[in-house]
Design a protein around this ligand. Structure first.
Ligand code: IPD
Length: 262
């Protein structure tokens, strides 16, 4: 693909993420206090806004790039050589419960490689963007992972969903805690990765996460100078994968600890 076509996709991803974010914010502020949500599975929330926002994003992408493939959390889709991977609201549980911590996540993947990653948090107007080989920015300013090298000084977010056994999660949490890490769990894997990219925390790990939650965030961490596992494999597109994203110095301890916690 020419640089111009890639740049067009990059600009479109940023504009679409902002437009989608504005709609999410509007719906969040006007939400029904009666807590109107459903579940797709155990602790797996679904709101009407997820579907509405995904439709908006899919429409905008199809208008601009009709030959590109689309894979979304809510509507699924098909994998292709030029592929958009979208999570309309990452952090749906918080969105549904009235907690302002969620974002839109849009990744563009060409021939299996993530080329563009854009996350937008509409509640605090933070736009995280990354383009392969061009670095990562937050609201236009370059970002870098933290300089933390010692696990005892680190903040590690350990995500969890009902897709993995809670016992394995708690075992891992216990080990990281014993090593001195400050372990957290917030409700958005995508924002958790963005927070690693800009140094608000030093690692984000999750034993299983879906491609739409993490593809954009993983590129952000890489482009911000961090290390990530080989996340977006072919199988990950349909089945998800483990994710480890951290400052380069924390790689060994995190990889080893996770491997030794079956
Ligand atoms: C979830 C969030 C959560 C992570 C889960 C994801 P959703 O995505 O990213 O933080 O731990 O693995 O499924 O349901 O809010 O889009």
């Amino acid at each position: 693909m020419t640089d111009v076509s890639m740049h067009l996709r990059f600009s479109a991803a940023c504009a679409i993420a902002r437009e989608a974010g504005c709609l999410i914010r509007e719906r969040f502020l006007a939400r029904d206090e009666a807590l109107n949500f459903k579940f797709k599975g155990p602790q797996d929330y679904l709101t009407e806004t997820d579907g509405e926002v995904e439709k908006l994003i899919a429409t905008r992408i199809a208008e601009a790039f009709p030959d590109d493939a689309f894979l979304g959390e809510e509507s699924g889709g098909q994998v292709g050589e030029r592929l958009w991977i979208v999570d309309p609201i990452d952090g749906t549980a918080d969105f549904a419960r009235g907690v302002p911590y969620f974002c839109v996540s849009i990744a563009y993947v060409e021939h299996g490689k993530t080329e563009i990653g854009v996350l937008y948090d509409p509640m605090i107007d933070e736009l995280f963007v990354a383009r392969r080989g061009h670095g990562a920015t937050l609201n236009g300013k370059p970002i870098k992972v933290s300089p933390v090298t010692d696990i005892r000084q680190s903040v590690v977010e350990l995500g969890w969903s009902a897709r993995t056994p809670f016992e394995r999660y708690t075992k891992l949490l216990g080990k990281l805690n014993a090593q001195g890490a400050g372990v957290k769990r917030r409700g958005s894997g995508a924002l958790g990765l963005a927070y690693v990219a800009m140094g608000r925390q030093d690692a984000y790990c999750e034993l299983h996460i879906n491609a739409w939650d993490a593809a954009a965030g993983v590129l952000l961490v890489e482009e911000a100078g961090g290390w990530t596992n080989d996340f977006l494999t072919q199988a990950c597109l349909t089945e998800g994968n483990q994710v480890i994203a951290c400052t380069p110095s924390l790689r060994d301890v995190l990889e080893t600890t996770i491997k030794e916690t079956p």
